[in-house]
Design a binder for this molecule. Structure first.
Ligand code: SF4
Ligand code: SF4
Length: 88
């Protein structure tokens, strides 16, 4: 599992802002529903852990980069990173 830092661009083109995370788990619900058909954060590929004033946001190896979690976040804690043309 990858530990995230504020503003770090994830390998899967998701930028995280843990300082904005409320711990609501909408992202995990969206992920689990997309991939299992159930609303069960325990089955999600994104993991939220309360860690002091900010949440720890991490993704496991099963993450496909589908961005469903980004769409589920209402607080700006997850953002899809736009790739520039010609960038690797
Ligand atoms: S990008 Fe898709 S697979 Fe990865 S954590 Fe988000 S919803 Fe789950
Ligand atoms: S990343 Fe967004 S949707 Fe997920 S727990 Fe944090 S605030 Fe909620």
């Amino acid at each position: 599992m990858e530990r995230d830092d504020p503003g770090r661009v994830m390998q899967r083109s998701i930028t995280t802002h843990p300082e904005k995370c409320t711990g609501c788990l909408r992202c995990a619900l969206a992920c689990s529903f997309r991939h299992t058909g159930m609303f069960n954060p325990m089955r999600a590929r994104i993991h939220i852990r309360m860690d002091g004033p900010a949440c720890d946001i991490s993704f496991d190896d099963a993450c496909t980069g589908c961005l469903a979690c980004v769409g589920g976040c209402l607080y700006g804690a997850l953002a899809a990173e736009r790739q520039r043309e010609g960038s690797a």
